[in-house]
Design a binder for this molecule. Structure first.
Ligand SMILES: [Zn+2]
Length: 219
């Protein structure tokens, strides 16, 4: 109903992901009253804040986007499609995460180089699947004085031979990564991975190597 002359109105809805806009136009020709309401501010027709923020939040919370989108669909809540979700995280969320890590790492490296304290490193790999047939793995160095990740390297099993070789290769890459900042671990604590123990003993023998007590008690 028109807010000025109370005549009937034509109402038009438009949706883009989480964004809803409603156009109301008075049908009485000599009135011509019209108004538009939107559910949220919009930078332009394709960039609505929630359409960008929600994919980022899902990623940060570690929820499955596929399941959430299916649940929204089941109760008729309009939302972005799965492909839009992936487009959004690829162009917004991931670059933000990488930038944050880059800045954070810069600070950590700066702290460690100015501190001149021996580096105590905890190293371990996390694989995408448990067991011995992982495709991807990340090897990380945790600096135990400051309790922060100082290096993390992503590996794909077929680039290093097989999934078993990823652990040693990841360890080497973390070591090389620190080397470019003139940082070298004084002590390294790892699980009882034989290849790494052998590698340190034979090729990095100035590094003190210990086994992690948690892995020891577990095995
Ligand atoms: Zn009117």
């Amino acid at each position: 109903m028109c807010s000025i002359c109370s005549s009937d109105c034509v109402v038009d809805y438009k949706c883009n992901g989480t964004w809803l806009t409603v156009d109301q136009k008075c049908m009485k020709i000599d009135c011509g009253n019209s108004r538009t309401g939107t559910s949220q501010q919009s930078y332009n027709e394709w960039k609505q804040p929630l359409n960008i923020l929600l994919p980022g939040l899902i990623l940060a919370a570690g929820i499955s986007a596929t399941k959430l989108i299916r649940a929204f669909k089941a109760v008729n809540i309009t939302w972005i499609s799965e492909s839009t979700y992936y487009k959004s995280v690829n162009s917004n969320a991931y670059p933000a995460v990488f930038q944050l890590w880059k800045d954070e790492k810069k600070d950590i490296i700066k702290t460690m180089t100015t501190r001149r304290q021996p580096l105590i490193i905890g190293g371990d790999m996390r694989a995408d699947t448990p067991g011995h047939c992982a495709k991807f793995g990340t090897y990380s160095f945790l600096e135990l004085n400051i309790n922060k990740i100082i290096s993390t390297q992503l590996l794909q099993s077929n680039e290093v031979g097989n999934s078993n070789a990823m652990e040693k290769q990841g360890f080497i890459r973390c070591l090389e990564d620190l080397q470019q900042y003139d940082l070298r671990p004084h002590t390294v604590i790892t699980d009882r991975h034989l290849q790494i123990a052998k590698y340190i003993r034979e090729e990095q023998n100035d590094i003190v190597h210990h086994y992690d007590i948690w892995h020891l008690t577990k095995g």
